[in-house]
Write a protein that binds this ligand. Structure first.
Ligand code: C2O
Ligand code: CU
Length: 460
């Protein structure tokens, strides 16, 4: 029995409501005006939905937009009917209608919510919010802070540029913008005190921008990725890398001097580094030592995949600008894997899209399953990124272990729900398919998703 479906009876239910509507957000400071945006409960981001692990959530969503919507609870392992995928798991919520989502908070961690209907525009206009599920016994910190980071394409007058879903964004790296915000504002400083320990929950809500955050002189530990606990470790090259939809929980000890400022710099795109925000130290320290409190998180109830018995499935991504070239380059090593015939040219691909998974470009959410997985069994998906672009690949309804990259075992076998693949990279993920239903599997660069990089994985 999947744990996800059982034991609702005694759980306490917490009720929330979300109203999706047009609104205004103060993204950029004066003298700019407010930005017309689409908001949950009048704000960007929407309200932080926060419960304890083991509680049940009931969220009433009212659609006051002029078009259909749904809400997807990204990374939350829940029953298929609550997953918020239009036409696949529910009828879209019509303008003026409401829909009630109800599910158990099975895993503790940092999650988020956003529409799954025309998400490249609905998310891009500001519809998203954090969902925090607290551990029963969280590690001790001085402050537990959430930063939902986003990237907007704004005009001179601080309005959202209307060029959603244009062909160029779709063919290249997606809608990368020009204005980064934390919790819906271009930040200036974030006030801290020497000696303070902060748990920083980072959520990348951007359509397309990948962040690579450098906290400079601060020693930090990553304690969770995509909501799931990971062996506390320092990130490679000191950069916290987050593709769209990805999350990281950090333990950040404020070791700077009183009254000093330390910038947090985004270094992901070479030559385009910029200062995201300054940590601004108060003149009075909080304490004179760095706490030695334990930081490891308790495990979530995830079934452990067995590599010995796992079935293997090959998945190849292609398409996009320079896709033909990369395919020819990688052709030799890709063999006949996948169902679309990978050795060939773009001419063998099916669909009108720009991006392909195993030779197919998705149109809409109702799709023949690209894979059908035996329920309760272990599965390995061996993925090849045969494109010239990064892709954060997301699977609904499950978390998976990232077990290898380009043939080398990963150090932490981290649980993720969205894994960032570099151009030409091969990544293997493993999981137990314990949650029955039709689940989306797609790139979370929302323009790539709209351009066809999406499929359905059926668990029966
Ligand atoms: Cu956060 Cu299918 O998405
Ligand atoms: Cu992509």
């Amino acid at each position: 029995m999947p744990i996800i479906m059982t034991k609702a009876a005694r759980a306490e239910t917490k009720a929330f409501s979300l109203r999706a509507a047009r609104g205004r957000a103060r993204l950029v400071p004066e003298p700019h005006g407010e930005t017309p945006a689409w908001c949950y409960n009048g704000a960007v981001p929407g309200p932080e939905i926060r419960v304890r692990q083991g509680e049940r959530l009931r969220i009433t969503v009212e659609n006051a937009l002029a078009e259909e919507t749904t809400v997807h609870w990204h990374g939350v392992r829940l029953p298929n009917a609550m997953d918020g995928v239009p036409h696949l798991t529910q009828r879209p919520i019509a303008a003026g209608d409401t829909f009630v989502y109800e599910f158990d908070a099975v895993d503790a961690g940092t999650f988020w919510y956003h529409p799954h209907q025309r998400s490249f525009e609905q998310v891009g206009r500001g519809l998203y919010g954090p969902m925090i599920i607290e551990e029963t016994e969280p590690p001790r910190v001085d402050r537990d802070i959430t930063w939902v980071i986003d990237d907007w394409r704004l005009t001179q007058s601080a309005e959202i540029s209307e060029d959603f879903g244009n062909r160029h964004d779709m063919n290249h790296g997606g809608r990368v913008g020009n204005t980064a915000t934390i919790n819906g504002r271009v930040p200036d400083t974030f006030a801290v005190r020497r000696g303070e320990r902060v748990r920083l929950r980072l959520i990348n809500a951007a359509n397309a921008r990948i962040f690579g955050l450098d906290f400079q002189t601060h020693a930090l530990k990553v304690i969770a990725l995509d909501g799931q606990p990971v062996t506390p470790h320092q990130p490679t090259d000191g950069l916290v890398v987050l593709g769209p939809a990805m999350r990281a929980d950090l333990i950040l000890d404020m070791t700077g001097e009183p009254s000093s400022r330390v910038s947090v710099v985004d270094r992901f795109y070479k030559g385009l580094e910029y200062r995201l925000v300054d940590l601004a130290y108060d003149e009075a320290p909080l304490r004179e030592y760095t706490p030695d409190w334990p930081i490891a998180l308790p495990a979530n109830p995830l079934p452990e995949p067995d590599p010995g018995t796992a079935r293997r499935h090959d998945v190849v991504f292609n398409g996009g600008m320079m896709g033909g070239m990369v395919m020819r380059e990688m052709g030799g090593s890709m063999g006949e894997s996948g169902s679309g015939g990978m050795g060939g040219t773009m001419g063998m691909m099916h669909g009108n899209g720009i991006w392909f998974i195993n030779g197919k470009a998705a149109e809409g959410h109702v799709l023949d399953p690209m894979l059908t997985l035996d329920r309760g069994k272990s599965h390995v998906i061996a993925m090849t990124n045969a494109t010239a672009w990064h892709h954060p690949i997301h699977l609904h309804g499950h978390s998976f272990r990232v077990i290898s990259r380009n043939g080398a075992k990963t150090t932490h076998r981290e649980w993720q729900d969205t894994v960032l693949m570099a151009p030409r990279e091969k990544v293997e993920i493993a999981f137990v398919a314990d949650n029955p239903g039709d689940w989306m599997f797609h790139c979370h660069i929302l323009e790539h998703q709209a351009g066809g990089m999406m499929g359905v994985i059926r668990v029966v």
